[in-house]
Design a protein around this ligand. Structure first.
Ligand SMILES: Nc1ncnc2c1ncn2[C@@H]1O[C@H](COP(=O)(O)OP(=O)(O)OP(=O)(O)O)[C@@H](O)[C@H]1O
Ligand SMILES: [Mg+2]
Length: 328
C-alpha cells in the first residue's frame, strides 16, 4: 500500500500517467500528468485513507460529477471521474499557476489584476449559482491561472446543490477552509450562494495586501473574528487602491448575507465600474499634461462662436477704461 504521494510519480491511474506532485489539500493529492494521447492533465486522487471509506468515496465522486456538469470558460473542465483498482480520482485541465501561488511568489497584486480576476471569478460564480451550485470553498488555491493569466475556478469539491442542502451543525459544520469561512458557516446557519461572496472578499483582501483580514491559529477564535470583528481597512494598508475597489471588498465581507451582494450580477456591475474608472484614470495619466491643457484651449476656441469672443473683448476693454478712470 502506498503512503507517500511521491511514490506514485511515474505510475499510472486509469489512463493517466502521473509525472509530478503539484500539491495536496485536506483529502487528496494533485498530480500533473498526461492522458494516453499525451494531453497534459491534472489528476486529483483521493488519499488512500479516504478512498477506503465508502461514504467518503461516494461523496467525493458525486461532488466531482456535479462539478463536471458545470461547463463554463471560468470553471475548470473535468474530463473524467473514475475509480481504477483502489484509486478514486478525477482528471481535469492542467493550469500552470494559481492565485495562491502567485500571491505567495509576487506579494500583493496591482489593482487592475485584482479587479480582472475578481470579475472572472464572479462570472464563474454567476453561472454556477444559476445552476444551483454553491462553491463553498473559494480561496486563492482554488482559483487557477491559465497561461494567459486568466482565472478559472476549481474544486467545487464541497459544493452542494442549493435545493439539497440542509444546514449542518457540530462536526460537519467545519467543512471549508477556516480562514475563508463565512459568519453563517461558522455559526451553522442556513447557507446560500452569498457565502461565496464572503470567501471572495477574503480572497480579494489577500490578493490586495498579501495578508488575511482575520488571523488566529485557534479555530474558535477565527470563527469569532469572522462573526464579530469588522475587517481592517484595505486602503489603510494600501492607500493607492481605489475607494471603489475597497467598497466592493467591504460589501463582500459584510457579516450578514443581506448586506452583501444579492447575486453575482450585482457584483459584476460594481466590478465593471472599478475597471472602467481604472481605465479612464490610466488613459488620463498616459496623456501628458501640456498636451491635455493645449487640447482643452484649442477645443474651447474651436467651439466658441465669434460673437462671444468679440463680446468678451469689448467687455474687457470697458472694464479697463473704467478702472483707469476710477484710479484718476
Ligand atoms: N487543475 C490544476 N492545475 C494545476 N494545479 C492544480 C490543479 N488543481 C489543483 N491544483 C493545485 O494543487 C494543490 C492541491 O490542491 P487541492 O485541491 O488538493 O488542495 P487545496 O485547494 O489547497 O485545499 P482543499 O483540500 O481545501 O481543496 C493546490 O495548490 C492547487 O492550486
Ligand atoms: Mg483545491
Amino acid at each position: 500500500m502506498t503512503h507517500a504521494p511521491t511514490d506514485l510519480v511515474g505510475t499510472s491511474v486509469g489512463p493517466y500517467r502521473l509525472e509530478r506532485l503539484l500539491g495536496q489539500g485536506g483529502f487528496a493529492w494533485v498530480f500533473a500528468g498526461r492522458d494516453a494521447d499525451g494531453t497534459p492533465v491534472a489528476v486529483k486522487l483521493l488519499k488512500p485513507r479516504y478512498a477506503g471509506d465508502p461514504q467518503f468515496e461516494t461523496r467525493f465522486r458525486n461532488e466531482a460529477e456535479l462539478a463536471a456538469k458545470l461547463r463554463h470558460p471560468r470553471i475548470i473542465p473535468i474530463r473524467a471521474v473514475a475509480r481504477a483498482g483502489g484509486d478514486v480520482y478525477f482528471a481535469m485541465e492542467l493550469c500552470p499557476d494559481s492565485l495562491g501561488a502567485r500571491i505567495e511568489r509576487d506579494g500583493p497584486l496591482p489593482e487592475a489584476e485584482i479587479a480582472r480576476i475578481a470579475r472572472e471569478v464572479a462570472e464563474g460564480l454567476q453561472f454556477a449559482h444559476g445552476e444551483g451550485v454553491i462553491h463553498r470553498d473559494l480561496k486563492p488555491d482554488n482559483i487557477l491561472l491559465r497561461a494567459d493569466g486568466s482565472a478559472v475556478i476549481t474544486d467545487f469539491g464541497i459544493a452542494r446543490t442549493r435545493s439539497g442542502y440542509v444546514a449542518s451543525t457540530g462536526v460537519n459544520m467545519t467543512i471549508g477552509t477556516p480562514q475563508y469561512l463565512s459568519p453563517e458557516q461558522a455559526q451553522g446557519r442556513t447557507l446560500d450562494q452569498r457565502l461565496d461572496f464572503y470567501a471572495l472578499g477574503i480572497t480579494l483582501f489577500k490578493a490586495a495586501t498579501g495578508e488575511l483580514p482575520f488571523r488566529s491559529s485557534d479555530w474558535f477564535e477565527l470563527a469569532r473574528l469572522h462573526v464579530e470583528q469588522p475587517p481592517p481597512s484595505l486602503r489603510r494598508k494600501r492607500p493607492e487602491l481605489s475607494k471603489r475597489l475597497e467598497r466592493v471588498v467591504r460589501k463582500c465581507l459584510a457579516k450578514h448575507p443581506n448586506d452583501r451582494y444579492r447575486d453575482a450580477t450585482e457584483l459584476l456591475a460594481d466590478l465593471a465600474a472599478v475597471e472602467a474608472h481604472r481605465r479612464a484614470a490610466t488613459a488620463a495619466r498616459a496623456t501628458p499634461l501640456g498636451t491635455r491643457a493645449w487640447r482643452a484651449v484649442r477645443s474651447a476656441a474651436e467651439q466658441a462662436p465669434w460673437e462671444w469672443v468679440v463680446g468678451a473683448g469689448v467687455l474687457l476693454v470697458a472694464l479697463v477704461v473704467l478702472v483707469i478712470k476710477l484710479l484718476r
